[in-house]
Ligand binder design. Structure first.
Ligand code: BGC
Length: 707
C-alpha cells in the first residue's frame, strides 16, 4: 500500500518536481524561502542559518513561519508535497540533557530512551519533523571538539546509546505527531581525523572501518533509523559523499538501510575543495551516482541535476530511487497526511525530571580519598572559573535551551547549605580576599572547566591539559593544607597528570545540561550516590593520544599500550583513568563468575545459541547504589589481530546496601564474530576469555570455547 502510494506520487511528478524533493535549503530570508517553496524547488528546510549552527549565535527561530511555508508547499507548489523540517536537536530542545558524551557515562539506555522521547515531544510541538542526531562517530581523540556529540571510544556502547536515542526520537509509532525522524551521523569515520583536527584526513583500513566504525551504524539500521548523514572525511582517498561503495553498496545494499541519506552541510559542493570534482556540476553528478539522496544547503543538486539527466550522466531511474526514499520517510512519519505543526501533549515537569536523572547518572566520581560526601553543616569554600558559570553547563549544540533555567554551582550549593556555610569566589588566582576566606574552612570545592565555545564543531584543541592558572590555583590551595574537591566541567576528557595529585576528590561533571550544578551539589552532599562511568579513556597528557582500551595485542611489549607494559620512556603506559571507570560511595564485590556451557559450535552460534555467563554482585558498603556491570571479551587467537578487550555487554543495576544480585550476560554470533580479511562477518573457532567487572581492567574471568 505504501509502495503504491509513493509510486503513484512519483508517476505524477515531473523531473523538476523530483529534483526539488532532493534539495534542502537552509533557513533564510522568509520571502526567499516562500519563493523557492512555491516553485517546487524545495523538499526540506534545515532550521539553521549557518553551517556551524552548534557554535554560532543563531537568530531566535520563527517556528510560526513553518506552517505558512508548509501551506505554500501543499497548495501552491506544482507537486503539492509537504516539506520535511529538520533541526539539530542534539541533546535537548527547551529542556537540555547532558552532552551525549556525558550521557554515555550513565550507561543507562532506558533512561536515555525516555529522556529523548520527552525531547522529541518538545521539538515536534515546535514543528521539527526530523533531527540530525544521534552522532555515532566512535571517537578516540579528545582533541577533536566533536567528541562531545558522540558516545565515546567504544563501538558497542555507541551502538547501544545510539539505538536508545533513535528509539526515543522515533517512538513506538513513527506516524504519531510526537515522533520525529532521527539521523545517524556522520557516516563514516569522521572522528578518525588525524590529530583530532576537524574536517581533516582520516586514514582507516577496511578492517578498522568495519569492526570499529560500522557497528553503531549497523545497530542504527536495525533500530530503523529514518536517515543517515554522510561524513565530510575521505576514506581511502575518496570523500564519503561521493563513495558509491560506502553509501550505496555497504549502507543500502549490505546493511539494508531503507531511509534516505542527507549530505552534511555543503558536502556536495565541497568535493570541489577536496579536488575530486572540477566544478559544482561534476560534484552533483558524483554524489547523485553514489546515491546520496538529499543535498543539504549548497544547491548543487537543484542547479545541476536536470541538465545532468538530460546529458545522460545521471539516469532518471537513479533520481527516482532517491526521491522514492525521501517520500517513503515523509510517508512513514505521517508528514504526507499531517503536514502541519501539531501541539503534542508535553509534560515539562517530567522532561525536567528526566534531565536531572540523566545529569545525576552522568557525573563520574574519579577519586575520593574519604572526603566525599560532605556534611551540610560543614563550612566550605567554592573557588574557580566555573563557580558562577551557567551557559557552558548546557554545552555546545544548545539551540533552543533556556539558560535562565540553569543554576550555577554557587547558587546550587548556597540554596542548599546556606550562605553561612558556603563561601564564594570565582577568581582563578589566590587573591588576598580568597586567602582571607579560605582561612575559615577545611574543604575547598574548586569548580573549574572549559567553555562550551572550545568544544563542538571545528573547535579542536592541540592540548587538553588544564590551563596553567587552574593547576596553580589547585596546588596553592592544597599547599594551604586544605582538602580539595575538584569539580571538573569539561566537554571532553581533560589531561590531569599534573593537577590530580593535589586533588583529594575528583568529580567529573562535564557539561551535563540544565541540571549540572544541582547534580553536583546532590553528589557532593551525599543526597545521590554517584554512578557514572567513563565512556572515553582519560589520558595523562596530550602526548598519549590516541589512547583507548580496545587496542590490539602487540608483537612485543605484549600487553602495551594500555596494559602493563611500557611504551613512552617519559610517561606511564596506563591512562590517568581507564574506560568504564567510575567510583561509588559504596563498594560492589564481584564473585562466582560462571558459564553454563564451556563450548558451543560455530553452527549452533549461527543458529542463535548463546553462551550464558553469570556473576554475583554484592553491595558490601553502607550506601545503596547503582553499578554498571561490564562484560568484555578477549579473543585468544584469530585470523586477524583482535583487541585485547572488547565491551560486549553492560547492565546497570541498583543494589541496596548489604544485598546481592546475579547478573547474566549472553554472548552469541553478533558478540563473538568480527569482519575478517574478506569483509565477511564471521565467527572463528577458538578460545575467548570473558571478563566481567567494574571497568575495562576487570579481573574476574571465565574461558569459553567456540568449536
Ligand atoms: C554539521 C552537522 C549538522 C549540520 C546542520 C553541519 O555543519 O556537521 O552535524 O547536523 O551542520 O546544522
Amino acid at each position: 500500500m505504501v509502495h503504491d502510494k509513493i509510486s503513484g506520487l512519483l508517476d505524477r511528478m515531473s523531473l523538476e518536481d523530483k529534483i526539488g524533493q532532493l534539495n534542502q535549503i537552509c533557513f533564510k530570508d522568509a520571502e526567499q524561502m516562500r519563493y523557492e517553496v512555491r516553485k517546487g524547488r524545495v523538499g526540506s528546510i534545515v532550521l539553521a542559518g549557518t553551517a556551524t549552527a552548534g557554535n554560532d549565535e543563531q537568530k531566535k527561530m520563527n517556528f510560526d513561519l513553518l506552517n505558512e511555508l508548509q501551506e505554500i508547499a501543499l497548495k501552491e507548489s506544482p507537486a503539492g508535497i509537504p516539506l520535511i523540517f529538520g533541526r539539530d536537536v542534539i541533546h535537548g530542545h527547551h529542556t537540555v540533557l547532558p552532552i551525549p558524551l556525558a550521557l554515555a557515562a550513565s550507561f543507562n539506555t532506558e533512561l536515555t530512551k525516555a529522556a529523548y522521547r520527552a525531547i522529541a515531544k518538545e521539538a515536534a510541538s515546535d514543528g521539527v519533523h526530523w533531527t540530525f542526531a544521534p552522532m555515532l562517530d566512535v571517537s578516540r581523540d579528545p582533541r577533536w571538539g566533536r567528541c562531545i556529540e558522540g558516545f565515546g571510544e567504544d563501538p558497542y556502547l555507541t551502538a547501544k546509546m545510539g539505538e536508545a536515542v533513535i528509539r526515543g526520537f522515533q517512538g513506538e509509532n513513527s506516524r504519531k505527531a510526537d515522533s520525529i525522524a532521527a539521523c545517524a551521523k556522520h557516516y563514516i569515520g569522521y572522528a578518525a581525523v588525524e590529530g583530532g583536527r576537524d574536517y581533516g584526513k582520516a586514514e582507516i583500513s577496511e578492517y578498522t572501518l568495519r569492526n570499529n566504525y560500522l557497528l553503531p551504524f549497523k545497530a542504527a539500521v536495525n533500530a530503523e533509523v529514518a536517515t543517515v548523514m554522510n561524513s565530510f572525511n575521505e576514506v581511502s582517498g575518496q570523500p564519503v559523499a561521493a563513495s558509491r561503495y560506502i553509501l550505496h553498496d555497504v549502507l543500502k545494499d549490505e546493511l539494508g538501510f531503507d531511509g534516505f541519506i542527507i549530505s552534511d552541510w555543503g558536502a556536495v559542493a565541497q568535493l570541489v575543495n577536496q579536488r575530486v570534482a572540477k566544478d559544482r556540476k561534476e560534484a552533483a553528478m558524483l554524489c547523485a551516482n553514489a546515491e546520496l539522496d538529499m543535498d543539504m544547503a549548497d544547491g548543487c543538486y537543484i542547479e545541476n541535476l536536470y541538465k545532468l539527466v538530460e546529458e545522460g550522466t545521471v539516469l532518471e531511474t537513479t533520481i527516482d530511487k532517491m526521491v522514492y526514499r525521501v517520500l517513503y520517510i515523509k510517508e512513514k512519519f505521517g508528514i504526507l497526511d499531517n503536514p502541519y505543526i501539531c501541539k503534542c501533549d508535553i509534560d515539562y515537569e517530567s522532561s525536567l525530571k528526566l534531565s536531572k536523572e540523566c545529569a545525576d547518572e552522568s557525573v563520574v566520581l574519579l577519586k575520593n580519598n574519604d572526603i566525599l560526601p560532605i556534611d551540610k553543616s560543614e563550612k566550605i569554600a567554592i573557588v574557580g572559573n566555573f563557580t558562577h558559570e551557567k551557559r557552558s553547563l548546557l554545552g555546545s549544540w544548545t539551540l533552543d535551551g533556556d539558560v535562565g533555567m540553569v543554576k550555577s554551582i554557587a547558587e546550587a550549593f548556597v540554596d542548599y547549605a546556606g550562605s553561612n556555610n558556603v563561601v564564594l569566589s570565582q577568581s582563578e588566582y589566590l587573591t588576598d580576599e580568597i586567602l582571607f576566606h579560605l582561612h575559615k574552612v577545611d574543604t575547598v570545592v574548586i569548580a573549574i572547566g572549559e567553555s562550551h565555545r572550545v568544544t563542538g564543531e571545528n573547535n579542536c584543541l592541540s592540548k587538553i591539559e588544564l590551563p596553567e592558572a587552574q593547576v596553580e590555583l589547585i596546588k596553592q590551595i592544597k599547599a594551604l593544607g586544605k582538602k580539595v574537591v575538584a569539580v571538573l566541567c569539561f566537554g571532553r576528557p581533560a589531561a590531569l597528570e599534573e593537577a590530580e595529585p593535589y586533588m583529594d576528590a575528583v568529580l567529573y561533571a562535564w557539561h551535563s545540561g540544565t541540571f549540572t550544578a544541582l547534580s553536583v551539589k546532590d553528589i557532593v552532599y551525599g543526597l545521590i550516590n554517584p554512578s557514572g562511568k567513563l565512556p572515553m579513556t582519560m589520558p595523562r597528557n596530550t602526548g598519549q593520544i590516541p589512547i583507548y582500551y580496545n587496542y590490539p595485542a602487540m608483537p612485543r611489549n605484549g600487553m602495551s599500550y594500555y596494559g602493563t607494559g611500557s611504551n613512552y620512556l617519559d610517561c606511564m603506559s596506563t591512562p590517568m583513568y581507564p574506560f568504564g571507570y567510575g567510583l561509588s560511595y559504596t563498594e560492589f564485590e564481584y564473585s562466582d563468575i560462571n558459564c553454563e556451557k564451556d563450548d558451543i559450535s560455530v553452527d549452533e552460534l549461527r543458529r542463535g545459541e548463546k553462551f550464558r555467563i553469570s556473576i554475583m554482585i554484592k553491595n558490601i558498603g553502607k550506601y545503596s547504589g547503582k553499578e554498571t556491570v561490564q562484560c568484555y571479551i578477549s579473543d585468544l587467537y584469530a585470523s586477524m589481530t583482535r583487541p585485547l578487550r572488547e565491551l560486549k555487554g553492560f547492565k546497570k543495576i541498583f543494589i541496596e546496601s548489604g544485598k546481592k544480585e546475579k547478573v547474566i550476560f549472553e554472548l552469541g554470533f553478533e558478540e563473538l564474530g568480527f569482519y575478517n580479511a574478506n569483509t565477511e562477518f564471521n565467527i572463528e573457532p577458538g578460545e575467548f576469555d570473558v571478563y566481567i567487572g567494574k571497568d575495562c581492567t576487570a579481573k574476574s574471568s571465565v574461558r569459553i570455547t567456540v568449536v
